[in-house]
Design a protein around this ligand. Structure first.
Ligand code: GAP
Length: 528
């Protein structure tokens, strides 16, 4: 059996798996190969907005479809040791409008409470999230008259040192005390703080709350009465349709409603490539259950969601679970079991982790609020026991676009031994192209056989037929876009009907019969 048949490419050892991954290189590859472009690129971009190119949209759709499969078309089997053991759980899909009645956002608490603390710099006119800034003060300075330098969290140490040097302070980070900028000791002493990009001291304004919702106006007349919001989460569309779904389908508690779609947040500091954007996509599922069963379902969904991310390629070492501290909890999760995040070690957070998905116990907050504000009863009556109650909700809420970033950064594998210097070790189920067909030359029978093979395979697999350039350059391109297999048509193919198959991670090559290529792919591109 060949190496490629024994192992799934995403699981084969990556030669440089622990080499540091530089975000600048990853962003450059994404642009060079057509995964992700800055939105409005030809106009200099627009901060916090991104476009997904020909390969990026394929990767994003593959992740989206896998989530939908794992939630809606092939949901997991219920928790062992409970009444739900052995049967798939029940989840239905939804695609609700991005703009809803503005009253919905008042009820959900987003109009009043969905905000971040923000500070402005009067000198540079730049705006920062106060809770993402840390004030550094030199330990050997004058304790009666300390001076603070505000630095953005997540900055590389070398950039912090450059900034301190520019202001004429010590370049040894160990010589500084650090205090969050939102701490009273700093906010009451802002005249002693250098803003992150300021030349002068004392130019930061006190933190003030800034609502993150984008608004627009409906209809031709405009005006405050016609103000509406772009949804900041897909979840509310689900709560608004709880009654419609119960009344129109055969679901019974416990069940879930899943939705994938765009969300918009006017983030104060969009950053780290697509990690924190102003327009992004979420994959959310609201699991409606009896209040007595929330612990069972919270543990269940936490385990299932972690399993999902691992199954599609994230390494256990790069994942961790973290419970929210009480002061981080969203308004809807203050009571109950709180929120636990699945965090991923992104290159820009390493050695620390950043949120990939949150699993929140939203209690009955949303249904109760919408019931109160709309006047429509949103209670559930159990058809067997006749018990009436407002269901509680466990919500696994993941970022689709943030998931794409996790997939790309995990897959990015520097490898100086190959011409491209890097390859994307994507799970085949996620790879934009499952295979490439490469005629060795653009003449003779090579392109004819290649095109015939392509026509046979394209109905079943996403295939790249690549005829131009020398073969080395074509392999390099396929490595960089994460194509697991390349099939090369050469003179020998013309005489004995065999092709060379090259496996991405190992670069090993072997010959297989031309008429076994489809079976080869079926065997190796396993479903997850
Ligand atoms: N309905 C709950 C909710 O929206 P959240 O933690 O604010 O919870 C869920 O968002 C997920 O959406 C996050 O775990 C993250 O993956 C993604 N997300 C949130 N804000 C984002 C942003 N500004 N850019 C990209 N992804 C974001």
């Amino acid at each position: 059996m060949s190496v490629a048949q024994e192992q799934n490419p995403a699981e084969t050892a990556a030669p440089e798996k622990d080499a540091p991954k530089d975000m600048k290189d990853i962003v450059a590859l994404c642009k060079r190969r057509g995964f992700i472009f800055p939105a409005s690129d030809i106009y200099g971009g627009i901060n916090g907005f991104w476009d997904y190119g020909p390969l990026g949209v394929e990767l994003k759709n593959n992740l989206r479809d896998l989530w939908w499969k794992h939630m809606v078309t092939c949901p997991p089997i219920g928790p062992a040791g409970t009444a739900y053991e052995g049967q798939p759980v029940d989840i239905v899909g939804l695609d609700s409008a991005i703009i809803q009645n503005p009253k919905a956002w008042e009820a959900s608490g987003h109009v009043g409470g969905f905000s971040d603390p923000m500070v402005d710099c009067r000198e540079t006119k730049l705006r920062y999230r106060a809770d993402h800034l840390t004030a550094y003060s030199w330990k050997k300075g004058n304790p009666d008259k300390p001076v603070y330098i505000a630095l953005q969290d997540g900055m590389e140490n070398e950039d912090k040192i450059k900034r301190l040097k520019k202001l004429g302070f010590s370049q040894d980070l160990a010589e500084y005390d650090t205090i969050p900028l939102t701490d009273d000791r700093i906010t009451s002493n802002l005249d002693k703080v250098y803003g992150p990009d300021a030349k002068e001291i004392g130019t930061l304004t006190p933190p003030k709350q800034f609502n993150l919702m984008f608004h627009t106006f409906i209809g031709a007349t405009g005006g405050e009465d016609n103000k509406a919001y772009l949804r900041p989460e897909t979840a509310q569309g689900i709560f608004l349709n709880f009654k419609n779904v119960v009344d129109s389908s055969r679901v019974r508690i416990p069940f879930g409603i899943a939705q994938i779609g765009k969300a918009f947040r006017n983030e104060v500091n969009p950053r780290n490539f697509i990690f924190r954007s102003r327009e992004f996509e979420q994959m959310e599922m609201e699991w409606f259950c009896h209040p007595d069963e929330v612990k069972i379902w919270r543990d269940f969904w936490f385990a299932e969601r972690t399993k999902f991310w691992k199954a599609i390629g994230l390494k256990s070492d790069n994942l961790r679970m973290r419970d929210h501290d009480s002061d981080e909890l969203s308004h809807y999760a203050k009571a109950g079991l709180g929120t636990a995040d699945i965090e991923y070690r992104f290159p820009f957070t390493a050695p620390d982790f950043g949120e990939l998905e949150g699993i929140a116990h939203r209690c009955d907050f949303d249904l109760t609020q919408h019931q109160k504000h709309s006047g429509v009863k949103l209670e559930y009556q159990d058809p067997v026991t006749q018990e009436k109650f407002t269901p509680h909700v466990i919500e696994p809420a993941a970022g689709l676009t943030r998931g794409v970033l996790a997939m790309i950064t995990e897959a990015y594998t520097p490898d100086p031994s190959r011409p491209s210097g890097v390859y994307l070790n994507l799970h085949p189920a996620l790879a934009p192209k499952k295979a490439a067909i490469l005629p060795l030359t653009a003449k003779d029978q090579h392109p004819v056989i290649a095109t015939k093979l392509y026509m046979e395979l394209r109905n079943e697999f996403a295939i790249d037929l690549d005829i131009k350039q020398n073969i080395g350059k074509r392999y390099a391109r396929q490595d960089e876009i994460g194509t697991p297999y390349c099939f090369t048509i050469d003179d020998q193919t013309v005489t004995d009907n065999t092709v060379t198959v090259r496996e991405r991670n190992t670069m090993k090559q072997e010959r297989i019969p031309l008429d076994s290529v489809a079976d080869y792919l079926r065997k190796n591109i396993r479903a997850v």
